[in-house]
Write a protein that binds this ligand. Structure first.
Ligand code: RIB
Length: 306
């Protein structure tokens, strides 16, 4: 299999519970149920790309523990090329502690574990995969110097380069913009990158304009139930999201990114890819968990817009 989408990023075991609301600082709330679910923004995006039709490879690291075996197997079960997913001795696998509330919103704490071992050298060792790819996808759950390396290498190879700047706590290094084709933050990430509140379409336009002015080529700000805003040098376009009954929004953004990458990798236009990603993301929020919630190509094809 020649991977068309290569994801350089994280794998986490998600430790998930539900509670009526998210705890305040210093507060204990009672959760209901507990599940361990394969996740991690990188792995979720790889699963989305694979389920949505793209031959996909993952570059990442797990620990040498039981979670690592399960996380790798979850990707292999999707037909994802894991030759560049290393199990690092003496390290725990990445984990994410997730609480989902009654409004289907979540709060997440991640512990990097093996994701901290994804070095530029490991990406370089996977260069044959990058060379074969059409689309290279990165997020921010692995070390920043590794993300910088993968973005730069993707640009050198002439690939379509996507950065999902998640999680984001500060502006991006200025020299990254030249290497990125599509920058895809959500509202809170756009605020962290720009300092501009994205609580309306006008705010999203301002934030996107700020990012374009810093050198971003194309920006897609995902807006949850409000859809997404696409921006490039030619202007802005709002894509409304399909209306669905949300159960759990975990991995909705990852589903959008993976679906968008898959669609681009088979030559679809960026507008068709955004529409495809939005349907896939909408379907993902109707189901619980990260990777279990990600739809297939048949699910997306069968979705009737209300
Ligand atoms: O985007 C959702 C993901 O964020 C979860 O699967 C969790 O692992 C964290 O990385």
């Amino acid at each position: 299999m020649q991977a068309k989408v290569v994801v350089v990023g994280s794998l986490n075991m998600d430790l998930v519970t539900r509670a009526s609301r998210l705890p305040q600082p210093g507060e204990t709330v009672v959760g209901s149920g507990f599940a361990t679910v394969p996740g991690g923004k990188g792995a979720n995006q790889a699963v989305a790309a694979a389920r949505l039709g793209a031959p996909t490879a993952m570059v990442g690291c797990v620990g040498d523990d039981a979670y690592g075996v399960q996380l790798r197997q979850a990707l292999l079960d999707e037909g994802i090329d894991c030759q560049a997913v290393d199990a690092v001795p003496g390290v725990s696998s990445g984990v994410a502690l997730i609480v989902v509330d009654d409004a289907s919103q979540n709060a997440i704490v991640i512990v990097a574990g093996g994701n901290g071992e994804v070095t530029p050298q490991r990406v370089s060792a996977a260069d044959a995969l990058l060379q074969q790819a059409e689309v290279i996808v990165c997020q921010l759950e692995v070390p920043a110097q590794t993300v910088a390396f993968a973005l730069k290498r993707g640009r050198e190879l002439g690939k379509t380069v996507i950065l999902n700047p998640a999680p984001a706590s500060a502006p991006l290094p200025a020299d990254w913009f030249a290497h990125i084709d599509y920058l895809i933050p959500n509202e809170s990430e756009a605020l962290a990158l720009t300092g501009i509140a994205v609580d309306s379409l006008a705010g999203a336009q301002q934030a996107a304009a700020w990012l374009l002015a810093r050198g971003a080529r194309k920006v897609i700000i995902t807006l949850g139930a409000q859809g997404s805003l696409f921006a490039d040098g030619a202007g802005f376009e709002h894509f409304a999201a399909p209306k669905v009954q949300a159960v759990d929004t975990t991995a909705a953004g990852d589903t959008f990114v993976g679906a968008f990458a898959a669609a681009l990798s088979r030559g679809e236009s960026e507008r068709a890819a955004i529409a495809f990603g939005q349907v896939a993301a909408a379907l993902s929020v109707t189901r619980a968990g990260a990777q279990p919630s990600i739809p297939t190509q048949a699910d997306v094809a069968g979705f009737a817009r209300p």
